[in-house]
Design a protein around this ligand. Structure first.
Ligand code: UD1
Length: 425
């Protein structure tokens, strides 16, 4: 473990939805160190961050592109785990991560979200022992407390277990606080801080607006002296429960027929989903276009337009201008709420209920009728929503404040002034 006033943090990312959650925390650590005041150098912590990429996602489009778009530094350690069954993937993460943890001996581990890398690394850290006294790093879980109450969802298992292992639980919305209390997790571990994914969105929104993806997909076309953005829907589907069974996937695609008659539907397709489309022979629902500017004009009524998975900035640009977003992703429900864009979630439940009660999200379910009704409603009626509490772009800063307070408690339990080690907002 680090000595003096240096504290070592080990931050883990593994899969696509982790990158936008961790990026602002890494940036906040950097700016924390840059603005340490020389005058109070002794009472402030220098934070050394070690970034570990498990390699759960490895394609350029699923990983590297996000590092570039989000200005994430190169990982210090890459575990190269890759794909596999849940057991194989999680076990590989654990085996390889244990060696890293023993070599680095951090003071704190940060895991984000609910993917297999999240639970794998939290579980290793919870049982590690750095010395005869059994010391181990503190475990911080960012995006704690979310519950779909659907244990058939692998992420639900990952969330519950990670929360019960964590020492610091950073929560995005009121339901998270309620769920953790209900499960008997002590209040003193739980911190309502807001949403780091929204930190990323607010940081990169302007840059995303300069993306040329609308031109590449022929959605923005010249109209006299200016350019006009055509009305379009944006679709993502990748949950195993939605795409791994032919009948369910077919039903969802049939439920999208009235939407694709009403406007072009752009579908950046996840590798899992692409495999299923060809395995189940569902190509008739789609037309493939590249996003490199050589596609036909986007038009309604002739199928859903498949494009390769997009990077963060291109996707954010497409979300911002969409008439409606249809998705089974968790994070997109939150991003559309923040952008004020109508969203239909193709699931029967959500672990992010604030996006429905406060934001712009509706649950469409997975039946044909449910999807048709929800997409029609969201496309043709004005939705009004507001941005949930503390989704203000300052979440990572609040997280660092809590972390530094914890470090201070461990160093000098009787000296509360040590807590003021980060910039305050
Ligand atoms: C994982 C997460 C899920 C998250 C999703 C975002 C878990 C349990 N699930 O699901 O919560 O919403 O990421 O994408 O952690 N593949 C590639 N290239 C890649 C990565 C995957 O081709 O870079 C293919 C492989 O065939 C792999 C399949 O996609 O078998 C699924 O990948 P995997 O990491 O197992 O799960 P996701 O469905 O991506």
């Amino acid at each position: 473990m680090a000595t003096n006033n240096v504290r070592k943090i080990l931050t883990v990312v593994g899969a696509r939805p982790n990158f936008m959650k961790a990026a602002p925390i890494i940036a906040a650590i950097k700016s924390h160190n840059e603005c340490l005041s020389k005058a109070h150098a002794d009472s402030q912590f220098v934070l050394q961050n070690v970034l570990v990429h498990t390699g759960q996602h490895y394609d350029e489009a699923m990983s590297d592109r996000f590092f570039a778009d989000l200005n994430i530094p190169r990982p210090d350690v890459h575990l190269g785990v890759g794909s596999g069954s849940h057991a194989v993937q999680t076990a590989e993460v654990m085996k390889r991560f244990e060696e890293v943890l023993l070599a680095e001996r951090p003071d704190l581990l940060i895991v984000v979200g609910d993917v297999n890398s999240t639970i794998g690394c939290a579980l290793v850290a919870s049982k590690i022992s750095f010395d005869a006294g059994g010391s181990r790093p503190l475990i911080a879980h960012v995006e704690a407390g979310l519950r779909s109450f659907d244990r058939g969802m692998p992420e639900e298992i990952n969330r519950i277990l990670t929360d019960h292992l964590a020492d610091l639980l950073f929560v995005t919305e009121q339901s998270g606080l309620d769920n953790l209390r209900e499960e008997g997790i002590s209040d003193h571990k739980v911190h309502f801080v807001g949403n780091t994914m929204i930190d990323s969105l607010l940081t990169f929104k302007e840059r995303a607006d300069r993306s040329d993806i609308l031109d590449r997909l022929n959605i923005r076309r010249p109209n006299g002296a200016s350019a006009e953005v055509q009305r379009y829907a944006l679709l993502t589907l990748h949950r195993p429960s939605n795409v791994d069974q032919c009948a369910t996937f077919l039903n969802i695609l049939e439920g999208l027929d009235s939407l694709s008659s009403a406007c072009p539907v752009i579908f950046p397709v996840h590798p899992r989903t692409r495999k299923r489309i060809s395995e189940f022979g569902l190509e008739r629902f789609f037309r493939s276009e590249s996003a490199n500017g050589n596609g036909r004009n986007a038009t309604s009524g002739d199928g859903i337009q498949l494009v390769e998975p997009l990077g963060y900035l291109d996707f954010l640009c497409l979300m911002t201008h969409a008439a409606v977003v249809v998705t089974d992703s968790g994070g997109i429900q939150e991003e559309t709420t923040c952008l004020g864009v109508p969203c239909v979630t193709v699931r029967d439940n959500t672990e992010r209920p604030v996006t429905v009660t406060v934001g712009t999200n509706v649950l469409g379910g997975t039946s044909k009728e449910g999807i048709r009704t929800a997409t029609h409603k969201q496309l043709f009626s004005r939705v009004s929503g507001s941005v949930p509490e503390a989704w203000d772009g300052k979440t990572s800063q609040r997280i660092l404040e809590v972390i530094c307070r914890e470090f201070a408690k461990k160093t000098l339990p009787t000296s509360p002034e040590m807590a003021t080690c980060t910039r305050t907002s």
